[in-house]
Design a protein around this ligand. Structure first.
Ligand SMILES: Cc1cc2nc3c(=O)[nH]c(=O)nc-3n(C[C@H](O)[C@H](O)[C@H](O)COP(=O)(O)O)c2cc1C
Ligand code: SF4
Length: 465
């Protein structure tokens, strides 16, 4: 275990807020939740002024936990709440970003925390209807949520006249069909409405015209789970955790070649190294850190050079280091792992998940995968490395939505730091002896392998059907 003095003035103590019920075996039941203070905050806001609740969320500085980090109170402030249309709250529980599994465990272990957060947010937004857009593969969280919703209705915490008040709030649980793009908020809304899951042109933004063309707050699971805590404990308490610009507690999901992967709650602004060393007990034996991503595969990877006391897990620090906080899914890789293979693995994911609406992403992700595959298979040509850069330049910020920018991240950042590994592969037709090919293409696991997926780019032999 690392010595705390390693982290200079930035060291933090772990916190237990959003995960505080994780040690309570029956926290997922209404009895367990009520016993640990559950639904008391909702009870306290039944007559509260919605504008006051919104102001508290704004003053807390809470930033969205779904990836972009947009301030929640500011987003809510854009919404016309007194117009003729109903107001909707849509919880984004799609959680498709590779490496991300925080919302899953939060929902499995403490589903009522989400429901209470939604009902309080509903009060703040004058909304009577919330949706949970749940990743289709999340069967177990779905079962837990279904049970919790039924219990909450039976106990009068949801539905018409909550706890005898004039507050109404209903929740609809919507199982998504399992497409990564449907985590993007406008594609999500299309899918929720039964349309094709592709992003919408913005503006109008969902805050103005979202679900069913009505004002809609789309917020991540973890974002909404922060709300009861802010209302209960106050803005000063909330801002005492984390940094000035990135306040509050955060659940970090750490995976890869560490001793103890998992979800760990720390204040925003904790050194990445401290989280990995203390919660995960560091890298596996005899594995030196080579590269890591701070926030899921869509965020540029960083290296061992960035693994020190001053790289802290908050929006500003990670951006200054050249990456993004994203979903705070930290994936750690050792010197034995091929960064080119990791980039291919992620690229196959983006290729598979591209919704096909726009050409740079639909075509570009396919060709990036083909070129990376060729390089890894030992058939790379010297010009391939520049072609990769050329293709990502044609995609980055030229596509319809942010999925395509995310697809460029692993390639551009791995080329920035590990160009020598690409060059070695092209020159020698194989990886250096100390590097293994760990990762296989995602598409192999997904059951959607195209017949000619692994074929060389220019196959002299036409495929035999
Ligand atoms: C391709 C793509 C996938 C996304 N997937 C998710 C997701 O699974 N969960 C999520 O909360 N946000 C996801 N987002 C971000 C959402 O578009 C949106 O910013 C977020 O739900 C807003 O909630 P927040 O402000 O509480 O973070 C995704 C964005 C993109 C571009
Ligand atoms: S960038 Fe990709 S995922 Fe986004 S709209 Fe275009 S094709 Fe679809």
């Amino acid at each position: 275990m690392a010595d705390r003095s390693d982290y200079g003035g930035k060291r933090q103590e772990p916190v237990s807020v959003l995960t505080s019920r994780w040690d309570v075996p029956d926290a997922h039941t209404l009895a367990g939740y009520e016993r640990t203070g559950g639904y008391q905050v909702l009870r306290s806001v039944l007559d509260a002024d919605p504008a006051h609740l919104r102001q508290q969320v704004k003053d807390s500085g809470l930033r969205g936990r779904g990836g972009a980090g947009f301030p929640t109170g500011v987003k809510w402030g854009f919404m016309p709440l007194d117009g003729p249309k109903p107001v909707y709250l849509v919880v984004n529980a799609d959680e498709g970003e590779p490496g991300t599994f925080k919302d899953r465990e939060l929902m499995e272990r403490d589903p009522h925390q989400l429901l209470e957060g939604m009902a309080i947010s509903g009060r703040a937004l004058k909304s009577k209807r919330g949706f949970i857009f749940l990743r289709g593969e999340y069967l177990w969280p779905g079962i837990r949520l279904e049970e919790a919703i039924a219990e909450a209705y039976d106990a009068g915490y949801l539905g018409a006249g909550i706890m005898g008040s004039d507050l109404d709030f209903d929740i609809t649980l919507h199982y998504a069909a399992g497409a990564y793009i449907c985590g993007e908020e406008t594609a999500l809304l299309n899918a929720l409405e039964g349309r094709r899951g592709q992003p919408r042109l913005r503006p109008p933004f969902p805050a103005i015209a979202g679900a069913y063309a009505a004002p809609t707050a789309v917020n991540n699971v973890e974002t909404i789970m922060n709300v009861p805590w802010i209302i209960e404990r106050g803005v000063d308490w909330y801002r005492s955790i984390g940094t000035e610009k990135s306040p509050g507690p955060k659940v970090f999901c750490v995976s890869g070649e560490v001793q103890r992967p998992g979800n760990y709650e720390w204040p925003m602004g904790t050194p990445a190294k401290q989280i990995v060393e203390e919660s995960c007990l560091g890298m596996l034996p005899e594995r030196e850190l080579k590269f890591w991503v701070p926030g899921g595969s869509s965020t540029p990877l960083l290296t061992a050079e960035h693994y020190h006391d001053n790289i802290t897990m908050d929006f500003e620090s990670i951006q200054a280091a050249g990456s993004l906080m994203g979903t705070t899914a930290m994936m750690m890789y050792s010197h034995r792992t091929s960064v080119v293979d990791a980039a291919l693995n992620w690229t196959r994911f983006y290729e598979h998940e591209s919704c096909g609406k726009c050409t740079p992403c639909r075509e570009g992700t396919f060709w990036l995968g083909q070129i990376l595959q060729r390089i890894l298979d030992g058939d790379g040509r010297p010009e391939d490395i520049d072609i990769l850069t050329d293709v990502t330049a044609g995609i980055f910020q030229r596509a319809f939505c942010a999925l395509a920018d995310g697809a460029c991240s692993p390639i551009d950042s791995s080329l920035k730091y590990f160009r020598d590994e690409y060059e070695y592969l092209v020159e020698h037709g194989r990886l250096p002896d100390h590097i293994e090919r760990h990762a296989g293409p995602v598409t192999q696991n997904s059951g959607h392998l195209r017949p000619n997926h692994r074929a060389p780019l220019y196959d002299p032999e036409p495929a035999k059907v």
